[in-house]
Design a protein around this ligand. Structure first.
Ligand code: COA
Length: 274
């Protein structure tokens, strides 16, 4: 596809203002090799700067999301090369947590098929997650004698309750997309045949919102989780004031005029006209 970055292990596809970033090693169930991690870093950096991209969807090619770290290329392949291992680990951490969880545009994980081990981290780092009812999730590390490292154990406790986090990480048992929806590991699950359309429909709603308000809102919600009430109140006041000044569209003033003076929209029921 023209007008998008070309990478070895990652595919980028546009659908209007929504950009799909697709882990692309389908024959290996999208297991994450060092090169795939490097490609994902490049893809996210590209999407961040790409003006056409308003929303990013992370998913996997060939009917699966991700089979976790590549045991051959990531683990065995770097065993005797500490520098290569460090490079791979840096890239793995950078895209799956730092870049995704601080991404300035809304991010959605769209999970179908298998999602194992290290594949959990990007699902959690995205703002939203949707799964196919029959997707198969598993913290499989314990099944082959390792722990959910590389931030996985920490990340799961950000979105799972403690009982579920211990249960699934120690038992290595799988759970379905439908169960992931019930336990709120993902926002919602859908029949596989609807997953793409439902994800895109939600992305379309995000596309038309004020980018500055969306960005500041997600930053605010993320940041206050680690704050005391006093810190949060202070931070949120400052952030609200800052938004008035940094929003190039002047959304707040425009929306107030449309509601109070023109009576042309109702904030409770939809978006103002940008
Ligand atoms: N690392 C390296 N290679 C992997 C992989 C992984 N995490 N997951 C799948 N592959 C490879 C397989 O080795 C196989 O390669 P080959 O064709 O060269 O033999 C190919 O992908 C297809 O996998 P296969 O096991 O034949 O497919 P399947 O559909 O029957 O099973 C899984 C898919 C995901 C259930 C199974 O491959 C699996 O359990 N993978 C490991 C998952 C895991 O525990 N990941 C966490 C790592 S921390």
């Amino acid at each position: 596809m023209s007008n998008v970055l070309t990478l070895e292990n990652v595919k980028i596809e546009r659908d209007g203002a929504t950009t799909f970033i697709i882990l692309n090693r389908p024959e290996k169930r999208n297991a994450m090799s060092p090169q795939l991690h490097i490609d994902m870093c490049d893809a996210l950096d590209w999407a961040e700067e790409d003006d056409q991209t308003k929303v990013v969807v992370i998913t996997g090619a060939g009917g699966n999301f991700c089979a976790g770290q590549d045991l051959k290329l990531y683990f065995r392949g770097t065993e005797d090369d500490p520098k290569a291992r460090a490079r791979a680990r840096r890239a793995a951490h950078a895209w799956r947590w730092d870049k995704l969880s601080n991404f300035p545009k809304p991010t959605i994980a769209m999970v179908h098929g298998f999602c194992f081990g290290g594949g959990f981290t990007p699902v959690i780092a995205c703002d939203f997650a949707f799964a196919a009812d029959d997707a198969v999730f598993g913290l499989s590390e314990v099944n082959w004698g390792i722990i959910p490292g590389g931030l996985v154990a920490w990340a799961v406790t950000q979105v799972m309750n403690y009982r579920d986090a211990i249960y699934y990480s120690v038992s290595g048992e799988q759970f379905s997309g439908a169960e992931a929806g019930q336990m709120k590991f993902v926002n919602k699950s859908f029949p596989l045949s609807d997953l793409h359309a439902q994800t895109l429909a939600f992305a379309r709603k995000l596309e038309i919102k004020s980018p500055a308000a969306v960005r500041y809102t997600k930053e605010a919600v993320r940041s206050v989780r680690g704050m005391t009430q006093l810190q949060a109140a202070d931070f949120l006041n400052a952030k609200s004031d800052a938004l008035k000044h940094v929003d190039p569209e002047g959304g707040r003033a425009k929306a107030m005029k449309q509601f109070l003076d023109e009576k042309s929209f109702k904030p409770g029921l939809g978006d103002f006209k940008r």
